[in-house]
Design a protein around this ligand. Structure first.
Ligand SMILES: [Zn+2]
Length: 251
């Protein structure tokens, strides 16, 4: 069995098939548990609502760095209502590639959400893009934070810093189609006891399905190809990464 630790299938602004259909296709591809990740208050609420209706779906709530300009109010209220299926805070972080929100606001709202993660003892799904120099000093002020660097494609140096903090690394479709040799090298160097799989659906569809909409069932394609890259079997890769995800998210 596999787990999709990061997708956005709850988000009604994308044109997904029904949740029932997505779950059926996922199960046919050995993908059992699914974590729906919020990027703003509206789709965090949708994640909690869908997680409440399906046993195998879990929710992460948070405001993406792009949306921090609108603030994070309301996020903490979701935890006060019903936190049983909320397994993480995310996706939160810093994105200096697009800079859709001013840097100082991204930092302020990241820190506020890290405090929520500490207060509620939840792991974090991090979105960090071209911002690690600012990220590491912030993280140092929040000792005990657990989490995953979602869609990590950065340097081996930053990989090692993440590993030192005990972070997991989210491997997705990029590992199947990147032509960048340093990224390929990095993917080969992640300790397998730190790898979790994700689709980031609807984005980042793995090869050979580029051009189609991504969905949780495609974790199996990512796992199959990543097992090849790492010279291990699909079954072993599935076992290891599922154990990692269950440990991190307590699911
Ligand atoms: Zn995402």
């Amino acid at each position: 069995m596999l787990i999709d630790t990061h997708c956005h299938i709850q988000d009604s602004s994308y044109d997904f098939p029904s949740i029932d259909e997505l779950i059926k296709r996922a199960r046919n591809s050995s993908v059992d548990k699914i974590i729906c990740i919020g990027t703003n208050l509206k789709n965090s609420r949708e994640a909690v609502s869908i997680a409440g209706r399906y046993d195998n779906i879990f929710a992460a709530i948070g405001v993406h760095p792009h949306d921090t300009k609108d603030g994070i109010s309301g996020i903490i209220d979701l935890l006060k209502v019903n936190k049983t299926k909320i397994v993480a805070i995310g996706e939160i972080g810093l994105d200096y590639y697009y800079n859709n929100s001013p840097k100082d606001i991204q930092i302020r709202e990241l820190e506020a959400q890290l405090q929520i993660a500490i207060d509620y003892n939840l792991p974090v799904s991090f979105h960090i893009r071209e911002a690690f120099d600012d990220f590491w000093p912030i993280i140092n002020n929040f000792s005990g934070i657990r989490g995953v660097l979602h869609s990590f494609t950065d340097s081996i140096d930053n990989l090692n810093k993440a590993l030192k903090l005990g972070f997991y690394i989210g491997v997705n479709g990029i590992s199947t189609f990147t032509k960048n040799s340093s990224q390929k090298d990095m993917f080969r160097n992640i300790p397998l006891d730190r790898v979790v799989f994700e689709t980031d659906a609807p984005f980042l569809t793995p090869s050979p399905f580029r051009g189609k909409m991504n969905e949780p069932s495609m974790v199996s394609e990512i796992a199959k190809q990543y097992a090849n890259i790492r010279g291990t079997s699909f079954a072993e890769m599935a076992n290891l990464t599922t154990k990692n995800a269950e440990e991190l998210f307590g699911i």
